[in-house]
Design a binder for this molecule. Structure first.
Ligand SMILES: [Zn+2]
Length: 83
């Protein structure tokens, strides 16, 4: 967040524009890693990129991270035990 806020201040770009740039960086890193696992001398680790499945996994991770978590409402909770 510190780097993000500094970039907001320094560039004066709207927050979503910076987030889109960050997403583009992640996509670019994926492309480079995937390319390193293809071709004549691929990385020997055994991973093979599958673009549709990999994009779905990345989109799911993004959606899970971006979705607000529900905060429990103390007034509606069931009381368990007595203190
Ligand atoms: Zn590898």
């Amino acid at each position: 967040m510190t780097a993000f806020c500094a970039a907001l201040r320094d560039t004066r770009l709207p927050p979503l524009a910076l987030i889109e740039l960050a997403a583009a960086v992640v996509g670019s890193v994926y492309r480079e890693v995937a390319d390193a696992h293809c071709g004549d001398q691929p990385c020997p680790c055994g991973w093979h990129p599958r673009l549709p499945e990999d994009l779905e996994a990345l989109q799911t991770a993004l959606a899970l991270s971006a979705t607000p978590t529900l905060q429990p409402d103390l007034a509606s909770m069931v009381v368990l035990g007595r203190a």
